[in-house]
Design a protein around this ligand. Structure first.
Ligand code: SF4
Length: 332
């Protein structure tokens, strides 16, 4: 073991596990990479495939072209594949792609698709639907867009849950965004259940396993450390929630950081322990970059705090499975 350098103070990095990529993000990135291998460039992607600039820039370098709407794809490239992001899309988007004879691949996370199906089932059963989530997030736009406009009411806060007035005397049902704070959502759901005891809840939690596990790991680490860093993008819902969870668990300095260059060192002066995690769309290489940056100023030792094991993997779209097998064989 190397002796600590006298000019550096010791810092223990408590590394949360699980952290970083979830099965849905992994699958979405693979879809873009395999589509580029199979169909060549350019491959279009509607919206950031996952909310991480490093990932998006890496895919751009390989030939992916990111657009916000289908009509941004030039007429001459309408035969090129277009991929829908992991957050899911309103029904109007695939309908639009079909009407333009476009070939599309859907990288919507299967756990988001599950919520879409729940919304449809409630609608078929003539229930009035409440969606707990954040206005403007692409997942919320996609989920609300599974049903005709005005069908789903958005509940963002406990205050919304208290003031919500049903539009009809139909039975109520709620669904949620997959990347919410588990504790905030429990608060909202408790209010709804108290006000509407017959409200229909999801059979199985809509907040996904990855969001829940990452928040649990932060809850275990945050109370023991002087500061906490969440590696992730400001538009990543699950990363923002991790930062909030750390703060609420008692960690006074809790920052969301995309790259090591963004670290505000004054906020980390005099610390002896640092909690570190990454949102579901942040690659491990960025976590390593942060550890390396701290190693330049501290004698760093790393301890992993594991609160759950993850083994979930999702199937790829049928069109790309053969290409995935070929790539895997070539890599072996
Ligand atoms: Fe799917 Fe959850 Fe990952 Fe979102 S955070 S892509 S819902 S597994």
């Amino acid at each position: 073991m190397t002796a600590p350098r006298p000019d550096k103070t010791s810092l223990t990095v408590h590394l949360c596990a699980p952290r970083g990529f979830c099965a849905g993000v992994d699958r979405a990135i693979q879809i873009v990479e395999l589509a580029l291998e199979k169909y060549g460039e350019p491959v279009y992607v509607r919206h950031e495939i996952v909310h991480n600039k490093f990932v998006v820039d890496g895919l751009k370098a390989k030939g992916a072209v990111f657009v916000e709407e289908l009509d941004e794809i030039p007429e001459a490239h309408r035969e090129r594949p277009v991929i829908f992001s992991a957050h899911g899309v309103p029904k109007s988007v695939p309908a639009d792609a079909r009407s333009r004879n476009m070939f599309f691949l859907d990288a919507t996370c299967p756990l988001v698709s599950k919520v879409h199906k729940e919304a449809e089932i409630h609608h078929r059963r003539d229930r009035e639907i409440l969606l707990i989530g954040h206005a403007g997030h692409p997942e919320v736009i996609g989920t609300m867009g599974q049903l005709p406009e005005g069908t789903v009411s958005l509940i963002e806060t406990e205050e919304d849950a208290r003031s919500f007035t049903p539009k009809s005397d139909r039975q109520l049902a709620f669904i949620t965004q997959t990347t919410l704070s588990v504790d905030d959502t429990t608060g909202i759901v408790n209010i709804l259940r108290e006000r509407f005891p017959d409200i229909v809840a999801p059979h199985k939690e809509d907040i996904c396993y990855a969001t829940t596990n990452r928040q649990e790991a932060v809850k275990a680490v945050a109370p023991q450390v002087d500061a906490m860093i969440v590696v992730g993008a400001p538009n990543s819902s699950n990363s923002q929630r991790l930062r909030e969870v750390a703060e609420r668990a008692g960690c006074k300095t809790s920052q969301l950081i995309q790259r090591a260059a963004e670290i505000d060192w004054t906020a980390f002066e005099g610390i002896s322990s640092l909690g570190l995690t990454a949102g579901a769309s942040a690659p491990e290489t960025l976590v390593e970059e942060i550890i390396n940056a701290f190693s330049g100023r501290y004698d760093v030792s790393v301890e992993t705090v594991r609160t759950a094991e993850e083994t979930i993997a999702f199937n790829l779209p049928r069109e790309l499975r053969e290409m995935a097998m070929k790539s895997q064989t070539a890599a072996e």
